[in-house]
Design a protein around this ligand. Structure first.
Ligand code: MIG
Length: 678
């Protein structure tokens, strides 16, 4: 049951698609107070209650014990003291002992604060803002609450099938030769690869929708030649548009008032890569259509996928703040800086970027209505991504174009996926990435993954291997690193065969992973789930923070600590442990419900098949280079059952939005004897 409550005069965000009538009864699941700070919802949490959700945030699957602020920020240090990351995902589920769980969604694109037991361990308090719509969802179980929420916010985006292949990125690839070296490095070592990303250096002076002619003299030809090798190029698009006379995107934006405005009505100036920039007013329909249309120029040259970056939007500085700061800093010249003034200096410089005051200083024209950016801050990435997705519908109707964004708000999941931003090559971030996946899925964001190997800092061979062993299960499987870090393409390391084997296992699992992903899309379900969602009556399952259910048949328990040669695993039921050092060689062992210590070598993939379930494994040629080589491949079946198991395989062309009708979903049955796991 979904109830809707409206407070103040909320802005239409586009998060919700279902028609829900306003509730006539007052909200009773939580206490409601309305004061100068807006609407405050609160409730007691029992000692065993668990709070799930909030999408892209730090800390565990159970969000208790910290406060989280929905206010998108370009903050690359994802340590446990961070209250905000890149998105605003205002949905959580409270799992209560002896009572039905309930979900709550705060539809307010400004700042929203969730104190999940930080101020007081037993109290959940939500500062929802003055103008908001609150939805409460009560269903019998956790899965049902999540599903009900997804019906409310609409069907998730489905990426093309090639985007489920392995992908390589690095901030620093400059030109054709760099990209070619990556493709040669992978394919030359027998490692499949489906995409290489173009980070900001492909552009002419960081101008959106341009390509540096010297680096890519025949861009369309190059895109085509890589595609012929099974590799798509995926360029980045930044939110900020360079201010430069004669640059058409700038000129058109200014001429048509398509950019966000300063208080005084002039175009707001903030800086990002190209220096001073304007920001497309993506909340304005005409501006959004115009900006989306710009993607066509790249699509005409054969591009089939994009990643939208810096759309919190990130600001290095605003023109006004820079001037003011410079004046203040200059005034400190020749002074004897002491404990106070020294720190003031540092703070002034530090405070230049992403300053809250700057977000309060510019405005959108939401189709006639002037809105301060601060009030709709979390919508920027959503609507930048919608701009592209709406344009794709016109430019390439029915075709699936790869699209994901850094910043997002609930509702954006209908238009694209996200990646989890600038993590670091830290073991703790491998764990964080595991924990973020189900929280994101709960909010509808299914096409997602983290920068494998870690973005910032130097990775190590063991971290990359362990991260890949988890990453083979994430829909977006992309290795990405920051400029000036150690090169982390797999072929730079010793024992390339380990990397080849692990990445090939991804391709072997792909029919299952894709099938489960698409079923989650089409059925409004979660692809990654915390154990408690599948085993609600198992009190121990609710405590497991480092294992996930992936689709209907398997559970994973990734290794995320350095120098570990195994780990403790909790099995909520009898399962079949499948250990693979390569796609062709596997060992299986039946394991009983309960706690186990499991050895997992550095070059080994281990997962667990639920009793009564099975999954297909593609039989692949040793020369496999990309998903393009996988059409009509044969399957073997891995499964565990006392009598017979069945699996419904979803498949389709992976290119169009003509999803296979339910009546044609293919069911396969295998008996215990046929599955022989011995
Ligand atoms: O903050 O384009 O998150 O993936 O490599 C740096 C350069 C700007 C941030 C993205 C990252 C990308 C980088 N960008």
């Amino acid at each position: 049951m979904i109830c809707k409550y409206v407070f103040g005069k909320p802005i239409e965000t586009g998060a919700v698609v279902a028609d829900v009538a306003q509730c006539t009864q007052p909200l009773s699941l939580m206490q409601v107070e309305q004061g100068p700070a807006g609407v405050v919802l609160s409730c007691q949490m029992g000692p065993k209650d668990v709070v799930y959700g909030l999408g892209e945030q730090v800390r565990g699957i159970n969000k208790r014990g910290f406060s989280y602020i929905s206010y998108a920020i370009d903050g690359p240090i994802h340590t446990e003291n961070r209250h905000s990351l890149y998105g605003g995902h205002n949905f959580l589920i409270v799992s209560r002992a002896q009572k039905q769980p309930f979900g709550i969604f705060v539809d307010n694109p400004g700042k929203v604060v969730f104190d999940v037991g930080e101020a007081r361990m037993d109290r959940l308090e939500i500062q929802a803002g003055s103008d908001c719509v609150i939805y409460t969802i009560e269903e019998e179980g956790l899965k049902e609450v999540a599903k009900s929420f997804r019906r409310l916010v609409g069907q998730s985006y489905a990426a093309p099938k090639w985007a489920f292949g392995y992908q390589q990125s690095r901030w620093g690839y400059q030109n054709e030769a760099d990209v070619r070296a990556v493709v040669d490095g992978y394919h030359g070592n027998g490692i499949p690869l489906d995409a290489v990303y173009l980070d900001i250096d492909y552009m002419d002076h960081y101008k959106d929708f341009t390509v540096d002619q010297e680096k890519f003299p025949d861009f369309a030809g190059f895109v085509g030649s890589m595609k012929a090798r099974g590799v798509r190029l995926v360029p980045i698009i930044d939110a900020g548009v360079k201010i430069e006379k004669g640059y058409p995107v700038y000129e058109e934006g200014v001429a048509n008032n398509y950019f966000c405005k300063d208080e005084d009505g002039t175009d707001f100036v903030g800086a990002v890569w190209p220096g001073k920039s304007h920001f497309p007013d993506v909340l304005n329909t005409a501006a959004r259509e115009w900006f989306g249309g710009k993607y066509q120029w790249l699509m005409d040259q054969g591009i089939e996928g994009f990643w939208n970056d810096m759309n919190e939007p990130a600001l290095f500085y605003s023109e006004k703040r820079l001037k003011q700061t410079m004046d203040e800093v200059l005034a400190m010249k020749d002074q004897n800086l002491d404990i106070h003034s020294y720190w003031q200096l540092i703070e002034k410089i530090d405070g230049l970027c992403n300053h809250p005051q700057d977000y309060k200083s510019f405005y959108h024209n939401k189709d006639g209505e002037r809105i301060c950016h601060d009030d709709v801050h979390n919508l920027y990435g959503f609507y930048m991504t919608k701009a592209a997705a709406d344009a794709f519908c016109k430019i390439a109707p029915h075709k699936r174009t790869l699209l994901f964004s850094r910043s997002s708000y609930i509702g954006m999941h209908r238009y694209g996926g996200i990646w989890t931003g600038d993590n670091a090559s830290w073991w703790s971030h491998l764990l964080l990435s595991i924990q973020q996946m189900p929280s994101l899925n709960m909010c509808g964001i299914l096409y997602t993954g983290s920068d494998i190997g870690g973005f910032g800092n130097d990775t190590t061979q063991d971290l990359l291997l362990r991260w890949l062993e988890f990453g083979i299960f994430t829909p977006l499987m992309r290795n990405h690193a920051a400029a000036d870090t150690r090169e982390q393409e797999a072929y730079h390391f010793d024992r390339i065969e380990d990397f080849r084997n692990i990445i090939r296992i991804r391709y072997g699992l792909l029919p299952y992973l894709y099938s489960e992903f698409m079923k989650a899309v089409l059925n409004d379900e979660m692809y990654f789930r915390p154990l408690a969602f599948d085993f609600p009556d198992d009190a121990h399952a609710a405590k497991v923070e480092d294992q996930l259910m992936v689709g209907e048949s398997i559970m994973i328990a990734p290794v995320y600590t350095q120098n570990a040669t195994g780990r403790y695993v909790y099995l909520p039921q009898d399962m079949l442990m499948v250990c693979m050092k390569s796609l062709e060689g596997r060992q299986c062992q039946v394991m009983e419900k309960g706690h186990h210590y499991v050895d997992i070598a550095l070059n080994e993939v281990v997962f667990f098949v639920r009793k009564g379930h099975m999954l297909p494994l593609a039989v692949l040629d040793s020369g496999l280079t990309s998903t393009a080589d996988m059409e009509d491949c044969e399957y073997e079946w891995i499964g565990y059952t006392d009598n017979a198991a069945e699996y419904i395989l979803y498949d389709d062309d992976g290119m169009t939005t003509d999803y296979t009708p339910r009546s044609e979903w293919k069911k396969t049955v295998r008996t215990k004897e046929e599955l022989a796991w011995g």
